[in-house]
Design a protein around this ligand. Structure first.
Ligand SMILES: [Zn+2]
Length: 153
């Protein structure tokens, strides 16, 4: 099924306080046994945190591929309008906003994915989250904050 352009979730460190956070090809990730359920576990050689390969599946089960979802969020972070994303990707504005709200509940994971796959700056990421706050309307989300690292696996 084509070449996935998203790097695998096992190719970079997911620990937001690690110097290698969200960076691929540093050679810092190694296999680290399996969970009792048989899922491959990985460890970052720099911060020694471990994580499993399924950590990237925040959007598991959505109709669109995770790749498309992350790409739309990256476009948003690069200050493309929702209308522009609709034109380019064919995804409805409310759908992108729904993804963004889901993403806001998983800030650490989504930022790691975006950083690993797109050349985004901290400021661009912050601007993207502000977007959720502004467009949240009723039931506005609390401003997402980077949660303290909580056992990555
Ligand atoms: Zn690390």
């Amino acid at each position: 099924m084509g070449n996935p352009t998203l790097v695998p979730s096992s190719s970079f460190c997911w620990n937001a306080s690690c110097s290698a956070y969200g960076q691929v090809d540093l050679g810092n990730i190694r296999k680290f046994g399996r969970t009792p359920a048989g899922v491959q576990r990985y460890q970052c050689r720099i911060c020694h945190r471990t994580f499993v390969e399924t950590i990237g599946t925040v959007f598991y089960g959505r109709r669109r591929s995770q790749e498309t979802i992350i790409e739309c969020l990256a476009l948003l972070a690069e200050r493309n309008s929702l209308a522009a994303i609709h034109r380019v990707k064919g995804v409805k504005e409310e759908t992108v906003m729904a993804w963004l709200r889901t993403a806001a509940a998983h800030v650490e994971r989504i930022e790691a994915l975006l950083l690993a796959n797109y050349k985004l700056t901290r400021a661009q990421l912050d601007a993207m989250w502000v977007y959720v706050g502004n467009k949240g309307e009723k039931g506005a989300m609390p401003k997402p904050t980077i949660a303290a690292p909580s056992g990555a696996a």
